[in-house]
Design a protein around this ligand. Structure first.
Ligand code: HEC
Length: 91
């Protein structure tokens, strides 16, 4: 009788732990897609130099700089596009 109760308790614990892990790990969206341009700019453009502020360059200049810094910073097209949108909006 005691062994059976223990077995049931262990089984229930396993189910609870299993469900918790399932819920905790169910978000498989890439984190990067949720980041805003401002966030990506703040995280990436300070890695090698001070992040240039949006008004430092005009829209046309930002387009060119993005091509250059995309290679330097090894960012994806999507990430750079978000950063450029932010820089243009804020300049
Ligand atoms: C891996 C290092 C690195 C990262 C990350 C980086 N840069 Fe640069 N950046 C450089 C270097 C080095 C230069 C100096 C020019 C050169 O030799 O390429 C530079 C120059 C610049 C310049 C001067 C104009 C130009 O194009 O040369 C601007 C503006 C600039 N970076 C903006 C940015 C922005 C915006 C980001 C974020 C998307 C960024 N950088 C991320 C390394 C980096």
């Amino acid at each position: 009788m005691y062994k059976r109760n223990l077995a049931i308790a262990v089984l229930m614990l396993a189910v609870v732990v299993g469900l918790t892990l399932l819920v905790a790990c169910s978000s498989n969206k890439p984190l990067i897609a949720e980041k805003s341009g401002a966030q990506l700019w703040g995280e990436n453009c300070v890695r090698c130099h001070n992040a240039p502020s949006p008004p430092a360059f005009n829209d046309y200049q930002w387009e060119t700089i993005a091509i250059h810094m995309r290679v330097r910073a090894s960012l994806t097209d999507e990430e750079v596009q978000k950063i450029v949108e932010f820089l243009k909006m804020a300049n």
